[in-house]
Write a protein that binds this ligand. Structure first.
Ligand SMILES: Nc1ncnc2c1ncn2[C@@H]1O[C@H](COP(=O)(O)OP(=O)(O)OP(=O)(O)O)[C@@H](O)[C@H]1O
Ligand SMILES: [Mg+2]
Length: 225
């Protein structure tokens, strides 16, 4: 593995009486592509959200490089999230009222990039993902595959160190799903972003350098892909 970029140590997460994560140890290398698989309810999404600092952990530590994100305040964590992480989720999370270029520029604008620069960079990302002609369309005016590529452009445009994807192809047909994953992995590799991808899809897991299997809130198997 390359130098670790993200690590969880003994990560515990509870929802009331439900123990969703029962002490997870995981290390992701810089630029590495890791798939997280496992049965429904095994804790995959919870792990992703805790690693990404979206959900606080109830025990253990999460490190980005050497920074313990589990010890940061919510303000510090959200700042870090915006600069160091990108997200591609099944439901898109794009803002319906904004155009494609505005959606893609949004993380950059929130990080303080001037609007004209952000929009120009966003247009370049859209071209890279084959969406050059759709820069002024809104999320409701494109196909499912185009929507996911738009989400990928947005997740990558601020050059994050880690991209988190939860079932990014779940709503797509096989061919569109494969094209979406190819687009994600190509641009992630170009920017040396690590990719942590939760998936039920074997063909997606096969594209990862490493597959981690979750079972009952623990890491079950670490098999080479
Ligand atoms: N907000 C919540 N409140 C209570 N329990 C929850 C909540 N979210 C998840 N859980 C429970 O935590 C456990 C892990 O859920 P999680 O969503 O991480 O599973 P998953 O592996 O992503 O499943 P799936 O493949 O169905 O998406 C499950 O038992 C689930 O019912
Ligand atoms: Mg899930």
């Amino acid at each position: 593995m390359t130098e670790p970029i993200l690590a969880g140590r003994g990560v515990v997460k509870r929802y009331g009486d439900v123990i969703a994560l029962a002490g997870v140890d995981i290390t992701i290398g810089a630029g590495e592509v890791v798939a997280i698989v496992g049965p429904s309810g095994s804790g995959k999404s919870t792990l992703l959200h805790v690693l990404a600092g979206i959900l606080p952990a109830d025990g253990g530590e999460v490190f980005l490089g050497r920074q313990p994100i589990t010890r940061m305040s919510e303000t510090e964590r959200s700042k870090l999230r915006r600069s160091a992480f990108g997200f591609v989720f099944q439901s898109g999370m794009l803002v319906a009222e904004l155009t494609a270029e505005e959606n893609v520029a949004l993380p950059m604008l929130l990080a303080g990039t001037p609007r004209d620069k952000g929009i120009a960079a966003a247009r370049e990302w859209l071209v890279r993902l084959g969406l050059g002609g759709l820069a002024t369309r809104r999320p409701g005016e494109v196909s499912g595959g185009q929507l996911q590529r738009m989400a990928i452009a947005r997740a990558l445009a601020h050059r994050p160190q880690v991209i988190f994807a939860d079932e990014p192809t779940g709503a797509l047909d096989t061919k569109t799903g494969e094209e979406t994953i190819s687009a994600l992995l190509t641009v992630a590799q170009e920017t040396n972003a690590a990719v942590v991808i939760v998936t039920h899809d074997v063909s997606v897991a096969n594209r990862a350098q490493r597959v981690i299997e979750m079972r009952d809130g623990r890491v079950a198997v670490r098999a080479a892909a």
